[in-house]
Design a protein. Sequence first.
Length: 251
Amino acid sequence: MNSPRHPGTELRYPIPNDRGPGTADEQIEARGFEVWIRRHPAGGRPAEWLHDIRRFRAEVFYDQGRRPGFRVAQGEYADPQDLDLGAFHLTAHLDTTDEIVACVRLAPPGLGAGFQARRHLGGRAYAELLAELGASNAPVFEAGRLVVASGMQGRGLGGRMVAAMVATARALGASLVVCTSGTGHRQDVLFGRLGFHPCPGTDRYSTHYQDTVRVLAHRVSEGAYEFEAVTSKLRRGLDDLPRAEVARIPL
């Protein structure tokens, strides 16, 4: 019998935990996932769809109380970030529902002053890192907030979302994509499978995430390694970016 939840702790995004037969890729294709790509305006109040993404992120990050900073006093899950405004947001959905099952954010160069990698290292160290990478004057984007619903983890969905993010960065003319990544759940290893390399000397322990966080960098020209075929396929569906209000393509 399932133990009762305390009031206010019901999962807003319950996902069936039925893995079913087949490889991770076959499961994703069989379930009919779709990725939605939207850019939020840089100014004004957050749209309702952004509130939905923030609640989803916070609920997964909260992890049944392991990271209490993602739940406010009123019992609501919250993950507001200034970097959300003006960024591209990718969300994964099952074909039969609008519920979010995974997400990732891609911030364009115009938001560079607020990049998490810059805040993680400090402005001077971040500038020195870009110089070492030969990207001081290049279009640098930042990936962030890669989150997969707990019931959907281990199915290859995270890799597909990073592939979709890399495809979006290509469509927008990125030269380099940086990100901050936790290490405790091997998220940095996942990014590495798509061509992201750890930047030496960038490890810092975060009490907010209860994890060691490091900066990763990906040169877009190097390709997406074992996910290159997926990335190239997704890229072909993104010719209308950034003009389209929302792009919806099979994942």
